[in-house]
Write a protein that binds this ligand. Sequence first.
Ligand SMILES: [Fe+2]
Length: 389
Amino acid sequence: MKSEMNTSQTEAQVIQLFDTQSSTYTYLVYDPHSLDAVIIDPVDEQIQRDQQIIQDKGLKVRWALETHAHADHITSAGLLAEHLGLKTAAPEGCNIGTASVQLVDGQIIPFGAFALKALHTPGHTAGSMSFYLATNEGGHVFTGDTLLIRGCGRTDFQSGSAQALYHSLTQILFKLPHNTTVWPGHDYQGRTHSSIGDEIHNNVRVAGHTEAQFVAIMNKLNLPKPRRIDEAVPANLNSGLRQDAGGEVVRNDVLTIRPADGYAGDVYPELAWHWVQSGEAVLVDVRSDAERAWVGFVPEAKPLAWKQWPVVDVNPEFDAGIRAIAATGLKIVLLCRSGVRSVAAAQRATSLGIEAFNILEGFEGDPDAHAHRGKLGGWRMRGLPWRQS
Ligand SMILES: [Fe+2]
């Protein structure tokens, strides 16, 4: 999803992009004459979309900016820096050590004839910033999770503070000109933008409330933990580039094939799904019939059990089944519950001369500390299509 704010061609232009999985807005802001640009809060799963738009528009992206260290998605800033040669910048209070510039309050971020001003707006996290662009027509402010449309970011984790957020909203953002366009970091109801004046009067969290009332509202929210926080925050402290066990920086790119022993490679569910949708691969579900019925399944997948519970031998139909599927000439991507059985199945298919890939994390991922699956990764947690029955 993409929407564009077209004011006059002498003003900076704003392109708003949306990631449906995390409901995150990413922004491209650019000078229409020089085409110099900045990208704000890019999402790693959307890197191909973003690069396509940048290429189509001929933009020269100078900066990838973070409003804070996100808990709900992983940034593509590190990868964009590699691909496009841009500079990464993040608020100094967010401990994103890989960002090439650590932004302080009031810092100017120039692009073409324009510049964003970093405003330290703590509260959602201690380091959170908003980015303000003054224009003749009212200006823009990119508020991250500090100010949302009719709401604000939570303050109950990641060094959050409801008192600090109240101050940031009422003393910093609400002091901007009332016709400033507010571009939030998220919206869960399809709203795209608002204005400072509108939020001063209609923001249900803060309008008409004292600091004490606001703090009481924030303390009573009782929100569930963001589903990707354990994965996303550590990755984002590294501009989205992950360290492996040996200390080497590895690409945190879900669209990369990882080399494997005895089969064509390991892929994340996102890449497997991308291949299936583009007609490059056939998805084969090697779980048992009972598991598929019980836990859920991917409608596009061909069922071919590796082993049928409670039988411990390999399904005698497996070889013939996988050969028949491979006769299409497409590569095979194999899905099981957590990515273990599918390795054995991929090795077996490879021994039959078939190009076979294992899908990492499987349908449900590994169990967490409470023995619950579906919380540490997998097809379902990553938001890919599936059905219960
Ligand atoms: Fe956030």
